[in-house]
Write a protein that binds this ligand. Structure first.
Ligand code: CU
Length: 546
């Protein structure tokens, strides 16, 4: 176990506190299919989060490994779990490629690697295919995508396709949509890539630890009609704890707030797995149109400063209507969010994209942009008098059925906070943790309105699986722009209203993407009452959905 893992566990133990925390961070043997991990009120655990029966892929053979174009899917062979009493009931069909649909196959192998994060800082990390981030999955809208996960780690893992409206059985939430994939085993995810945009993937098994250790990568779906930019760069942001870093001082002080502790513990900031001088410069030339796909895979927000003129063309994979040209604005990217930025290289001078976070690590998040023929000349950039980009007042109203909904089948307010439960700190929705919260029930075709109200002291980037939502209101003010997202930052004191159509039957998670908060209880299920499948988590599974 790496130093970092120990620190993460220590941190979890610290925020959750005391010996009672064992129910959060120890092995989940005996827990209710993992869905009850995080349980603090045992009497509710048996009913509150019992996942509904569920469509599920079974583990496929690895016949698809490495192949890129196939005609037919492999015939699935039942997993050991399936044969042990959780057999499919044939209720929801496995996705199948449509006739003539291109099939793109990938293999992602979860494995340990040694990875140089920063100059002189090499750590044992967990990866998909040996690198941080894992191999980028890039396909074209309309493709049928088949990804085989092979697990060569010594812990169970999964893959969740963050933001992508996959069929529920491919959502990768252990104990909810599938069994966590055990060491030595494999699992095949399948979906039709009907929606374009920038997404990402990561393990959803004990994700506060596994994503932290590097189990993530980008999923990019290029539109069918794509005016290909000259350059297209994916930039995944993350933070790490250096081995033997500042963590010890953080442990010492009980008076530290969560925020202070996080700030002290995460002290290596990376872009595509590399920090500071190791960050790969972006190579451009005069006249290029450049697309930057920012993805935040970490647990802290990052304020990104792009010199010169730029436009935010998309967020969370969804295009923004008529995005205005911006300058001297900081684009803040919260955990789980994506922002696609377009800019033109209009001067033959190099420049740098940098972070303006409220910490001392900004010099680690500097992305050099090289313009060929620049002769090393640097663009003059001013770093003062920058304002905050306001996504919710950006772009124009677009055609939106959600803006016109008169009656929502479900309206639910989630008050976000934290509290001490005994001597452990838990993160709550309406004063309850995951295991105490009943699944929100909807049926296909319903319109759903959720209000997130942050009464706590720290940020909560709230993520809804399987659906895009529209942001309708912030702090009582109607949002005029049509902004579709899957993750929305709710800062302390803020109240944000979102709406979506229940158009993807399944069992889904709604949770904070500061994954320590999710692990500490800030998660709730969304269950379709008209959805049924054969997946029932076995009682002894090692599933840890958060
Ligand atoms: Cu949170």
């Amino acid at each position: 176990m790496s130093n970092k893992t120990l620190i993460v566990l220590f941190f979890l133990a610290l925020i959750i506190g005391g010996t009672a925390a064992g129910i959060f961070i120890t092995e989940t043997s005996g827990s209710k299919g993992g869905a009850a991990a995080g349980s603090t009120v045992q009497e509710d655990a048996s009913t509150a989060n019992q996942p509904m029966n569920h469509s599920s892929h079974v583990m496929a053979d690895t016949a698809t490994a490495g192949s890129t174009e196939e005609a037919t899917p492999p015939s699935p062979s039942p997993s050991p779990e399936a044969t042990a009493g959780t057999v499919q009931e044939g209720t929801a069909a496995l996705p199948q490629p449509k006739p003539g649909q291109a099939v793109k196959g990938f293999t992602l192998t979860a494995m340990e690697s040694n990875w140089e994060l920063a100059s002189g800082a090499t750590q044992a990390v967990w990866t998909y295919n040996g690198t941080v981030p894992g191999q980028e999955i890039r396909v074209t809208q309309g493709d049928f995508v088949r990804i085989t996960l092979k697990n060569e780690l010594n812990v169970p893992v999964t893959i969740h396709w963050h933001g992508y409206p996959v069929p529920a059985g491919s959502d990768g939430v252990p104990g909810v949509t599938q069994e966590a994939v055990k060491p030595g085993e494999a699992y095949t995810y399948e979906f039709s890539a009907d929606v374009a945009g920038t997404y990402w993937y990561h393990s959803h098994q004990e994700s506060s630890v596994q994503v932290d250790k590097g189990l993530y990568g980008a999923l990019v779906v290029e539109p069918k009609q794509f005016e290909q930019p000259d350059k297209d760069f994916t930039l995944i942001l993350d933070e790490w704890m250096s081995e033997g870093g500042d963590a010890h001082s953080a442990h010492g002080s009980a008076s530290m707030s969560d925020e202070e502790m996080m700030a002290a513990m995460y002290n290596i900031y990376t872009v595509n797995g590399k920090s500071g001088s190791l960050i790969t410069p972006l190579e451009t030339k005069l006249g290029d149109t450049v697309r930057l796909r920012f993805i935040n895979a970490g647990y802290r927000s990052h304020g990104i400063h792009i010199p010169g003129e730029f436009r935010v063309v998309s967020t969370d994979g969804q295009d923004i209507a008529e995005p205005a040209t911006l300058q001297n604005q900081i684009v803040t990217i919260a955990p789980g969010e994506r922002y696609d930025v377009e800019l033109n290289i209009v001067s033959p001078k190099d420049f740098a994209i940098d972070a303006h976070d409220d910490n001392k690590y900004n010099d680690q998040l500097v992305i050099p942009v090289k313009v060929s023929g620049s002769k090393g000349e640097e663009m003059e950039v001013q770093h003062d008098h920058l304002t905050a980009f306001d996504l919710l007042n950006y772009g124009k109203p677009a055609e939106s059925e959600l803006s016109k909904v008169q009656k929502f089948a479900l309206e639910y307010t989630a008050v976000l906070n934290s509290k001490m439960n005994g001597n452990q700190q838990v993160y709550t929705i309406n004063d309850k943790v995951f295991s105490e919260l009943p699944a929100l029930q909807v049926k296909t075709g319903d319109y759903v309105k959720l209000t997130f109200e942050n009464k706590g002291t720290v940020d909560h980037p709230m993520h809804v699986h399987g659906h895009f939502f529209q942001v309708l209101e912030k702090n009582g003010v109607k949002v005029e722009s049509t902004i579709m997202k899957d993750t929305v930052l709710v800062k302390p004191g803020e109240k944000i209203v979102i709406a979506f159509k229940a158009d993807n039957p399944g069992n889904w998670m709604i949770h904070c993407h500061e994954l320590h908060h999710a692990a500490g209880g800030m998660a709730q299920q969304l269950a379709y009452t008209d959805y049924k499948s054969g997946y029932t988590p076995p009682s002894n599974a090692a599933n840890k959905p958060e």
